[in-house]
Design a protein around this ligand. Structure first.
Ligand SMILES: Cc1ncc(C[n+]2csc(CCO)c2C)c(N)n1
Length: 229
């Protein structure tokens, strides 16, 4: 199915989003996000999610630094390095505040083991940015930004009865976050326009895979996934 897509250079991000339409629809319908929105998500699931996400964010920030080092433009290097700092300082602080209110310290979160889906997703991101070209690596990283933005905008319309869940929603529905995502979207379109058709095809494949992992990440938290045995 993917091979049949034209992979044009023009407005690559439009093509990317249309490739994940079904995955995004399934994501919005997932019980984790339904529960976040109506306040019925069990606290244990949210706590599991926040601990796993703290581990994810550390790997994501490392991947951003690798991508910053590969960026063909200095302003892009600066933007991505700044996102890495923001990820570790601001996004993780939000997680820490809520986890502290649940009695989980940063040391306890850092000592947790990555669940299988989280390990697979972060390895996929780190491998993409390390081994492939800048635009392929960026494409793998993009669903993380973009899906959270779309989810945030969708969930904020309804609001949540749970104040912790509402705080999470507000973070991703805010104007500051929108600016961050728009920076990456512009970078993606520009860098895809310089890439070869083969690189764009690979970039699209990586984007779809990351979107699938984003879905699985919520599902992992919903199931509180453990290593077996
Ligand atoms: C599984 C998972 N996917 C995406 C995000 C959102 N996110 C993580 S780092 C970053 C870049 C800017 O800080 C963004 C948008 C998340 N928290 N957890």
């Amino acid at each position: 199915m993917l091979a049949a897509l034209p992979c044009r250079a023009a407005d690559f991000t439009t093509e990317q989003w249309s490739a994940i339409g079904q995955i995004y629809a399934k994501t919005l319908a997932h019980p984790f996000l339904k529960g976040l929105s109506d306040g019925t998500l069990p606290r244990e699931c949210f706590q599991f999610y926040l601990i796993q996400d703290s581990l994810y964010l550390r790997a994501f920030a490392q991947a951003l630094n690798l991508l910053a080092a590969k960026a063909p433009r200095e302003d892009w290097s600066l933007t991505l390095a700044q996102h890495s700092i923001d990820t570790l300082k601001e996004e993780r602080r939000m997680h820490q505040v809520v986890l502290a209110s649940y009695g989980v310290t940063p040391a306890m979160a850092a000592a947790a083991e990555m669940a299988p889906t989280n390990a697979a997703y972060t390895n996929h991101l780190l491998a993409a940015v390390q081994r492939l070209t800048f635009s392929e690596g960026l494409s793998a990283m993009l669903p993380c930004y973009w899906i959270y933005w779309e989810v945030g905008k969708q969930l904020v319309r309804q609001g949540s009865r749970n104040k912790d869940y509402q705080r999470w929603i507000d973070n991703y529905a805010g104007e500051e976050y929108a600016t961050t995502v728009r920076q990456v979207l512009a970078m993606m379109n520009e860098s895809a326009s310089q890439a070869s058709p083969d690189q764009r095809r690979e970039a699209l494949r990586l984007f779809v895979r990351s979107a699938r992992y984003e879905y699985l990440f919520w599902d992992m938290a919903w199931r509180r996934e453990q290593w077996q045995p």
